[in-house]
Ligand binder design. Structure first.
Ligand code: NAD
Length: 374
């Protein structure tokens, strides 16, 4: 089996496999081809891949010779149309959002796998790019907020007077939110967090933050731990609570998402106008509509002196460790597709392989994707 690593388009700076992953793949009797310069922006030069045993080729050669192609993000439809039907595609292409790509893979008869579809189970944890990348997003969001805030995060008592600690509000306490709480606490801020899932209350409190409680949330055990759409009555109560806490916050970090749906709108422009000038909102949900009414993806907007940063791809800004984590997740997943003699085998009896597979031989395999596309 030959695995080809493609270079992602700018502004993506991560690479899907790093040299140490190449070494483990070679040990499994697989060959690895790398598109020239694919790891350069992540600080993994071509020489480090050659040393690990990969072959460096042009993009056209990698596309031509590989059995399985891997990159970080979504390909464009034109590229999909040029693939051969026996080739396999693997990247995080967000099929619930990019239905056009699912259809393009179906038309081209390509077997496609999307890393964001890896089931959230204990066995699949080592392949869970959503968690690894959310960890980076939560961490970077707090650092970005701290560097934009015109005040300190920690409390200071000095001869020049006393500085109060910053008030930070985290909306959504999933993987990114919990990481953001931990980092904001380490920087000395006072932290509050809100989530519709009451199960996270203890985790929030164990990290030293206060949980903002709103009673009456709908939860669904069948949603695999994810949040579900809430009733109008709950949304109204939730809005009142968030408005009050957001107006007092110096920093709001928005991480609330519902898979396959527009992100819930939690911060209206009226609330932004009531925040203290100089406050900062970081919206990690900006690519799916944002939790703040004023967020624009990949942009920074100022409203009544409040800076609102829409950023859904912090991992691309920390490409070295992000690629290390992503690469390890991908390499662990590839282990499931490689036989003892280094051949590719797609075993659909394995729930991780089946769950992560979006299209195969002209059919949609992933159940959730099937339900939104059929
Ligand atoms: P996510 O990125 O889908 O959403 C972020 C958070 O936003 C979630 O906690 C969600 O409940 C919250 N949210 C959604 N709507 C909201 C609203 N209106 N108001 C406030 N908060 C709202 O979440 P995620 O970080 O990917 O985690 C999703 C679930 O998967 C969690 O239960 C997590 O514990 C679980 N998980 C399981 C595993 C595993 O078992 N291997 C690994 C990682 C995560």
């Amino acid at each position: 089996m030959i695995i080809g690593v493609l270079k992602d388009a700018e502004p993506e700076h991560r690479v899907a496999l790093i040299p140490e992953n190449v070494k483990s793949l070679l040990a499994r009797k697989v060959s690895v081809l790398l598109e020239q310069g694919a790891g350069t922006n992540a600080f993994y030069p071509d020489e480090s891949y050659i040393e690990a045993g990969a072959t460096i080729l042009t993009r056209t050669e990698v596309l031509e010779k590989s059995d399985l192609l891997v990159q970080i993000s979504e390909p464009d439809e034109t590229l999909i149309a040029t693939l051969k039907t026996n080739q396999v595609w693997l990247s995080e292409f967000k099929p619930l959002w990019h239905k056009n790509l699912v259809n393009a893979f179906l038309r081209a008869g390509i077997s496609s796998f999307s890393m964001d579809a890896v089931p959230r189970t204990t066995r699949a944890q080592a392949m869970d790019v959503l968690s690894s990348m959310a960890t980076i997003a939560g961490y970077k969001a707090v650092l970005d907020a701290a560097s934009h805030l015109p005040s300190f995060f920690p409390m200071f008592m000095s001869a020049a007077g006393t500085i109060r600690p910053a008030n930070v509000l985290i909306l959504g306490a999933g993987v990114a939110g919990l990481q953001a709480i931990a980092i904001a606490r380490k920087l000395g801020a006072q932290v509050e967090a809100f989530d519709v899932r009451s199960a996270v209350k203890e985790e929030v409190m164990s990290l030293g933050a206060r949980f903002v409680e709103v009673e009456g949330a709908k939860e669904d055990a069948a949603a695999g731990g994810y949040a579900i759409e809430q009733t109008e009555e709950y949304k109204r109560k939730q809005q009142e609570a968030i408005d009050q806490h957001a107006a007092k916050a110096n920093v709001v970090i928005c991480t609330a998402q519902i898979p396959g749906r527009k992100a819930p709108l939690l911060i209206s422009k009226e609330v932004v106008a009531r925040m203290q000038p100089g406050s900062v909102i970081i919206d990690l949900a900006s690519s799916t509509g944002g939790n703040c009414e004023l967020s624009e993806d990949n942009k920074s907007v100022v409203h009544h002196g409040v800076t609102i940063i829409g950023q859904s791809n912090y991992p691309a800004q920390m490409p070295k460790d992000a690629s290390k984590m992503f690469g390890k997740n991908v390499s662990n997943f590839l282990d499931l597709l490689i036989t003892e003699d280094g051949q590719m085998s797609l075993n659909f009896d394995d729930e991780i392989v089946r769950g992560t597979c979006i299209t195969h031989q002209g059919e949609i395999i992933n159940e959730r994707v099937k339900s939104v596309i059929d």
